[in-house]
Design a binder for this molecule. Structure first.
Ligand SMILES: Cc1cc2nc3c(=O)[nH]c(=O)nc-3n(C[C@H](O)[C@H](O)[C@H](O)COP(=O)(O)OP(=O)(O)OC[C@H]3O[C@@H](n4cnc5c(N)ncnc54)[C@H](O)[C@@H]3O)c2cc1C
Ligand code: FES
Length: 339
């Protein structure tokens, strides 16, 4: 049996149990969301003992060197002892909600003002922490020069964080942000290279940021932006993006829905079929894919098979949280189609 010590007390772990599950089972609250090694909200630091390599996958070298690890992917060897120095509190930046604005029936534009410097690249994701430790990941739609962090949050029925943001949160409320993480951002260079950006639901958030970032950096190659939703109510920022495209002849914006009436400049049909039709040979292109995990995975494969190099495909799948704290609301499963 392995064990971990946290705040001067030892906790046994069951065989194959992760540090996160072991601590939660024994009543220790640790911020977490995906439980899949992606969101980084369960970051902890070891003061003593060997951290398995897998528990540091995807972390920045600076964090690895300081013995940070992801508690959800940390399964110590049988008999091993790990002494925890604590969670990632020292990495969390206090911030205040600046504004909450509805972009559509179920998408909220959340603006936050960090109270300390928070460095990020537009399109990366951060962990948003509520005062009680509830943690969820959101992609950043703003540009660093804008001063505020902009997130697009989709309301999920019974969603702990999204429900709170939609119904209870007010400008001025204190939160914290951690991160950023992820490789979905624009890197200047090769300004003539065609870019393909595709996302569903709030997968638009990072793409909206990346498009503006690339245009501001002087990107001259074509930018194809595909935004998919189940029906027209799932689309948002349509007019703003049309206006942006009208000002930049190299930006091609293609909103698309699965169910809806033809016309009004909105494609009706599957997003992947539209992409294949408009961009049949994306060899040498760069792609950014965000949103529904199934769609992100399948588009990634299709673009690779169509000739796009894997190193040129940047993808962030919006994995749902795996569990939630007691009493945080109902657990109705929302439809996946417009995630
Ligand atoms: C890298 C990354 C980036 C993300 N970026 C964004 C973003 O920019 N905007 C955004 O709105 N979300 C984003 N998410 C998802 C986000 O982190 C939360 O999972 C989401 O807001 C739901 O949290 P909640 O607390 O409201 O719902 P929860 O209380 O966690 O869940 C409520 C119910 O909805 C189900 N559920 C949870 N998530 C989803 C989902 N995505 N689709 C369908 N059902 C779900 C749960 O199983 C549960 O039954 C991202 C996730 C990851 C991993
Ligand atoms: S990375 Fe551990 S909970 Fe998401």
């Amino acid at each position: 049996m392995s064990r971990v010590s946290y705040q001067a007390q030892w906790y046994p772990l069951e065989p194959e149990e992760s540090v996160l599950d072991g601590l939660l089972r024994q009543g220790i609250p640790v911020p977490h969301a995906c439980k899949a090694g992606v969101c980084q909200s369960c970051l902890m630091r070891a003061a003593r003992g060997a951290v398995p390599e897998k528990a540091q996958a995807g972390l920045k070298e600076t964090l690895k060197a300081r013995n940070y690890f992801l508690a959800c992917s940390c399964r110590p060897e049988p008999g091993a002892e790990l002494e925890l120095a604590g969670d990632a509190d020292e990495l969390r930046v206090p911030a205040r909600l600046e504004s909450l604005e509805r972009l559509s029936q179920d998408v909220l534009r959340v603006r936050l003002r960090p109270e300390m410097p928070f460095e990020y690249r537009t399109g990366q994701y951060l962990t948003l922490l509520r005062a009680d430790g509830l943690a969820r990941s959101y992609s950043v739609a703003s540009l660093p020069r804008e001063g505020v962090l902009e997130l697009h949050v989709r309301l999920l029925p019974g969603g702990a964080m999204s429900g709170w943001l939609h119904a209870e949160a007010r400008p001025g409320d204190a939160v914290r942000v951690q991160g950023p993480a992820g490789e979905c951002f624009y890197v200047p260079g090769r300004p003539e290279q065609p870019l393909l950006l595709a996302g569903t639901g709030t997968g638009l958030a990072p793409l909206y940021g990346i498009v503006r970032d690339a245009l501001e950096a002087g990107h001259t190659g074509p930018l194809w932006l595909f935004h998919g939703a189940r029906d027209p109510r799932g689309l948002y920022l349509v007019e703003e993006l049309r206006e942006l495209a009208a000002r930049h002849s190299n930006l091609h914006y293609r909103p698309s829905v699965l169910e809806g009436r033809l016309g009004e400049g909105i494609h009706v049909g599957a997003l992947d079929a539209l992409i294949r039709e408009v961009c049949p040979k994306p060899v040498g292109w760069r792609a950014f894919l965000c949103g529904n995990p199934d769609l992100v995975l399948s588009l990634r494969k299709k673009l690779f098979l169509a000739g796009l190099s894997l190193k040129d495909i940047h993808a962030d799948a919006f994995l749902p949280s795996a569990s939630r704290p007691e009493g945080a609301g109902a657990t109705t499963r929302a439809s996946d189609a417009s995630r």
